[in-house]
Design a protein around this ligand. Structure first.
Ligand code: ATP
Ligand code: MG
Length: 370
């Protein structure tokens, strides 16, 4: 069988597996992910170098996940995962729904660049939970609050997902805009429930995405905010100090909108800047997004990466996706095998609107310096 065959099948099973997992159809997820892992092992066997290692690691993680899922469905395997507030029904928001099952679809290795950020995360989030005794011995801080901030599309949410997959703790995940928009009136109660649920676990991470939605500066005439923020702050304070096993992880692309009280030590006391990807990171992101795509012989990845200064990770992902349309259409029209050329990518690049502007970057830099 050809690599292409395995790759196509891997993608098919993988997508099916994740979808089933999301819907709580765990036996189907198990079966599909097992198949996906099998395909990936086959692909790894015929790959070389870094790609081989990466594929093997990913296959192993998939296998572990698949094996952790039930063979047959039980009546009570309610779907878990994602934010809790899909229905907005207060009865539905029981604590189990908050828990995000760690899907190993992203790992720290998939996050390109950001080595400093990853170091801090390991030291601050992963090691304390993995080696509590050593953390205790050296009186290193565990728990508390860490806020990832930076321009949109550069991996903040992705890092949080990778943490969920790697950390040995129960992971609660909420999107703050959901707390506000879907539960107006119930927001405080849901915050309480979330923190209560987290405290029942010896080690837990609460990930709050789009944190600015919930801790936007006070003083405006938003009555919701004026009630929710104090509740949030008091929940956080209640937890800190007496519970070193709880880590509050936030992500925002509007740090300046956050209530200053929330950024104090003991709340989101530690701020980590997630910057735009540098050259090696851009190269890796492009390479990952073109993995398995036939490239023209003189395709120069270094040159392509060098031309993408100012692109965010998400911009690069979009660029690759759109560039592939060209050979795809050529092949459909001509019926002959095609490949992606550097020209395809460069042309697409010229028609790309960057999502982050210079002005905006200056704003982040100014915030970082404060
Ligand atoms: N460092 C990176 N390595 C690999 N892929 C990346 C990286 N940064 C961004 N991406 C790609 O861009 C997508 C968007 O990234 P993500 O959602 O994590 O951005 P974000 O920083 O959370 O943005 P926002 O502030 O808008 O929420 C990711 O799903 C991923 O495909
Ligand atoms: Mg995000």
């Amino acid at each position: 069988m050809s690599d292409q065959f395995y790759l196509d099948n891997f993608r098919r099973y993988y997508r099916r597996g994740l979808k089933a997992h999301r819907k709580g159809e765990l036996p189907l997820a198990r079966m599909s992910l097992l198949k996906a892992a099998e395909m990936l092992y086959k692909l790894a066997a015929s790959s070389t170098g870094e790609l081989r290692t990466v594929r093997k690691q990913k296959a192993r993680r998939l296998l572990e996940l698949a094996r952790s899922l039930p063979v047959e469905s039980e009546n009570n395997t309610a779907p878990s995962g994602g934010a809790a507030a899909r229905t907005g029904d207060a009865e539905e928001t029981d604590s189990k729904k908050w828990i995000m099952t760690a899907l190993p679809d992203v790992s720290m290795d998939d996050v390109a660049g950001l080595d400093d950020v990853k170091d801090v995360i390991r030291r601050r989030v992963i090691y304390p939970f993995r080696h509590p005794e050593v953390t205790e011995k050296y009186r290193k801080k565990s728990g508390g609050g860490v806020l990832l901030y930076g321009p949109p599309g550069n991996g903040k949410t992705m890092i949080a997902r990778a943490i969920a997959a790697e950390v040995d703790a129960t992971f609660f995940s909420v999107k703050c805009s959901d707390i506000i928009s879907k539960w107006v009136g119930d927001a405080e109660r849901n915050l309480q429930k979330l923190f209560e649920a987290a405290q029942e676990h010896p080690r837990a991470v609460i990930f709050m995405d789009e944190t600015e939605a919930i801790v936007a500066k006070r003083g405006g005439d938003s009555t919701v905010m004026n009630r929710v923020i104090p509740e949030f702050l008091s929940q956080v304070d209640g937890v800190q100090g007496r519970h070193g096993g709880l880590l509050l992880l936030g992500a925002t692309n509007r740090p300046w909108d956050m209530d200053e009280a929330a950024l104090r030590t003991g709340r989101f006391g530690e701020l980590i800047y997630v910057p735009m990807p540098d050259l090696p990171a851009r190269r890796k992101i492009i390479a990952m997004n073109l993995d398995g795509i036939p490239l023209s012989e003189n395709f120069d990845l270094d040159d392509v990466a060098a031309r993408t200064e100012g692109f965010t990770g998400a911009d690069l992902e979009g660029l690759c996706e759109r560039a592939k349309d060209a050979p795809y259409e050529r092949e459909i029209v001509t019926g002959e095998e095609q490949c992606l050329t550097q020209g395809d990518v460069v042309t697409t690049m010229k028609n790309t609107r960057l999502s982050v502007r210079e002005k905006m970057l200056e704003k982040y830099e100014k915030f970082e310096q404060q």
